[in-house]
Write a protein that binds this ligand. Structure first.
Ligand SMILES: Cc1ncc(COP(=O)(O)O)c(C=O)c1O
Length: 334
């Protein structure tokens, strides 16, 4: 199949906005900084999963699904958007959740994304264990649903598979049109990278639609560089299984990951990320989050300060959403 032939279920109005952050550029004193507002979308507070879910839900419906099962951390933005999309399409949704920061269990289960998941009638299954335990639980929930006559569809963590990642190929095309209209040729675009579908899809899309200049910088929110590079490669392979990319489209050195900014582990706050959240809030009135976009912005700021981006022309920060997770992290801001 070609990218253009893939079915999509519209779940939000697009394009999202793209503009220059003049005062942040001035404060940081580096290259011109632009922002892409994928945090503003229609599915219950929006975020990057919505674009992926447009392709995932189209696939689910084409297979006759009447319910979806997914997984993530208890503060997952992906889970919130999946439950929102399912509710909008009249599908039952099941979420397998674990608790990545056990010290914050109470805060994480009283507010933020989790609260919204429950309000939107997601059926919640809490697992006291790892992501692998969640994957096993997804399978057992699937078996139970089939036994009751349902047709479940499995949405992988982060909707990061060959189908979901097409959402960020579409975003790459959207960005390229916006860049042309704004007469900018960005040298770098920054994205927080977790399950890597956003990073992989964006990279594939930029190359596929003919961009030869923009480097995708993935700021890891959870793992060392080698792991993330392997995960991005795996995503590219999965995309290739769905839409066959031209040979030699992406080289190994196109996959760039920075792993100095995630702190102790996934979802543990860092001082630098929290400072980045406050900086964007007070200079732009834009809310980032402590788990993903704050860490990505902290990485971008650090690289500007260290002079790593001195040769950069225009740089783009992809705001992937996540502000609902600010609520359980309130103690770091009040
Ligand atoms: C706000 C936010 N930013 C970035 C990411 C990372 O995206 P991906 O999992 O595609 O790497 C996520 C994933 O959940 C997210 O919620």
């Amino acid at each position: 199949m070609k990218f253009e032939e893939m079915a999509k279920m519209p779940l939000t109005s697009l394009p999202t906005s793209f503009y220059k952050m003049a005062n942040l550029t001035e404060i940081l004193g580096g290259p011109d900084i632009y922002i892409k507002r994928d945090d503003v979308m229609d599915l219950a507070h929006g975020g990057n999963k919505t674009r992926k879910l447009e392709y995932v839900f189209a696939d689910a419906l084409s297979k006759g699904a009447d319910c979806v099962i997914t997984m993530g951390g208890i503060q997952s933005n992906h889970v919130r958007q999946t439950i929102s999309g399912a509710a909008r399409l009249g599908l039952e949704s099941h979420a397998i959740l674990n608790i990545p920061v056990p010290e914050m269990k109470d805060a994480l289960s009283m507010s933020g994304n989790y609260l919204m998941d429950v309000i939107m009638d997601g059926k919640i299954h809490i697992v006291d264990g790892s992501d692998d335990d969640c994957i096993a639980k997804m399978q057992s929930v699937k078996d139970d649903l089939i036994a009751t006559g349902k047709t479940p569809y499995m949405v992988p963590m982060g909707a990061s598979d060959g189908i979901g990642s097409l959402g960020y190929m579409a975003c790459a095309r959207e960005l390229m049109i916006q860049w042309e209209n704004a007469e900018v040729t960005p040298s770098h675009i920054f994205v927080g990278t977790g399950s890597c579908g956003t990073h992989g899809g964006l990279l594939a899309g930029l190359k596929y639609f003919g961009n030869k200049t923009t480097k995708v910088i993935g700021v890891s929110v959870s793992q060392i560089e080698e792991r993330k590079v392997a995960d991005v490669k795996d995503i590219l392979k999965q995309i290739n299984d769905v839409i066959e990319l031209p040979d030699g489209l992406i080289n190994d050195d196109d996959i760039i990951v920075k792993d100095s900014y995630y702190g102790k582990a996934y979802a543990y706050p860092t001082e630098e990320a929290n400072e980045a959240v406050k900086l964007l809030a007070k200079t732009k009135g834009i809310l980032l989050d402590p788990v993903y976009t704050g860490k990505c912005m902290a990485g971008m700021i650090d690289m500007i300060k260290k002079g790593d981006l001195d040769d950069a022309r225009d740089i783009v920060f992809l705001h992937t959403g996540g502000a609902p997770a600010l609520h359980p992290y309130a103690e770091y801001f009040l």
